[in-house]
Design a protein around this ligand. Structure first.
Ligand code: PMP
Length: 285
């Protein structure tokens, strides 16, 4: 098997050397957090932003980092090198470690870090031709701002979308659109971009933050304000964003509302500027 080096606490080791306790709280309760960073041409993109969010998630869950974040970043870079990744992802996870199963967590618990890196090319077809989506109620908890391992609402939504031959699920809470199952959601109306505010109901995507910045630089108005499923239906353009997808146009929505969309000029402009920013990162780092 290729790419067998993994991170286990502060060690880079072969995957077969790692075993996890069956009473790890990540396994019993989903008590943990993670990050995914994209690697372009051997270099991670927005590593600092991802690890800042990792620390933020840890803080919100009162998890104690077992090492300084800079050390974790160094280990992550080593992991990428050990697996000789040109294009791909690195996944870093931290759980609250093993203890006799009980709901109450200890704030001082020794957390367990694991990570892997995997080759993966950017999804050129989704970026070029767009994706079909399926709109479904957002059944998740009320702390979607934490990048936690509890992803059942997200995985169920993704399954429903796939059952309808759609590549991504869009979610709404009582008629207000929140985000995708693993992406942020944007609509364009009269050349203005709308996206849900970064509160407890969505994950504040790193890609989302890049898009807000790029839109500002391009003089494109962005409204971080809730929008309804009717507004989604009536949008001129729709797109989704994530670390692994960058920006993908949405060409249709089914489920709780139905519409088809052209791939418009605002989406294409933002897509191109994000690619430029990624390329610059490759040159400068
Ligand atoms: N929302 C959810 C629910 C996600 O899982 C993701 C992907 N991690 C995103 C948004 C996009 O975040 P990012 O741009 O940081 O990958």
């Amino acid at each position: 098997m290729e790419n067998t080096f993994v991170l286990f606490n502060n060690q880079i080791t072969e995957r077969e050397n790692v075993s996890i306790d069956m009473e790890d709280r990540g396994y019993n309760f989903g008590d943990g957090i993670y990050e995914v960073v994209y690697i372009y041409g051997g270099k991670p993109f927005s590593m600092d932003e991802h690890f800042r969010r990792f620390e933020e998630s840890a803080r919100k869950l009162e998890m104690k980092m077992p090492c300084p974040i800079e050390e974790l970043k160094e280990k992550t870079a080593e992991l990428i090198q050990a697996n000789n990744i040109h294009n791909g992802i690195v996944y870093i996870q931290m759980t609250r470690g093993a203890s006799a199963r009980a709901h109450l967590y200890e704030k001082e618990a020794a957390c367990l870090i694991t990570g892997f890196a995997r080759k993966m090319d950017p999804p050129a077809e989704a970026q070029e031709k767009g994706v079909k989506t399926y709109l479904t109620p957002d059944i998740r908890w009320l702390r979607c701002d934490i990048k936690s391992l509890n992803l059942l609402g997200n995985t169920m939504a993704k399954r429903i979308a796939a059952d309808h031959a759609c590549g991504e699920a869009l979610q709404h809470r009582d008629g207000i659109c929140t985000e995708g199952s693993s992406s942020n959601l944007f609509i364009v109306k009269n050349n203005e971009v709308h996206t849900h505010p970064a509160n407890n109901l969505i994950l504040n995507g790193i890609t989302r933050q890049h898009i807000l910045q790029i839109a500002g630089e391009q003089g494109i108005t962005v409204k971080e304000a809730p929008f309804s499923t009717e507004e989604l239906q009536a949008a001129d353009e729709v797109f989704i964003s994530s670390t692994t997808m960058e920006i993908a146009p949405v060409i249709s929505v089914e489920g709780d509302v139905q519409a088809t969309y052209p791939i418009g000029s605002v989406t294409r402009a933002l897509q191109k500027k994000l690619k430029d920013k990624i390329k610059q990162n490759r040159v400068h780092q």
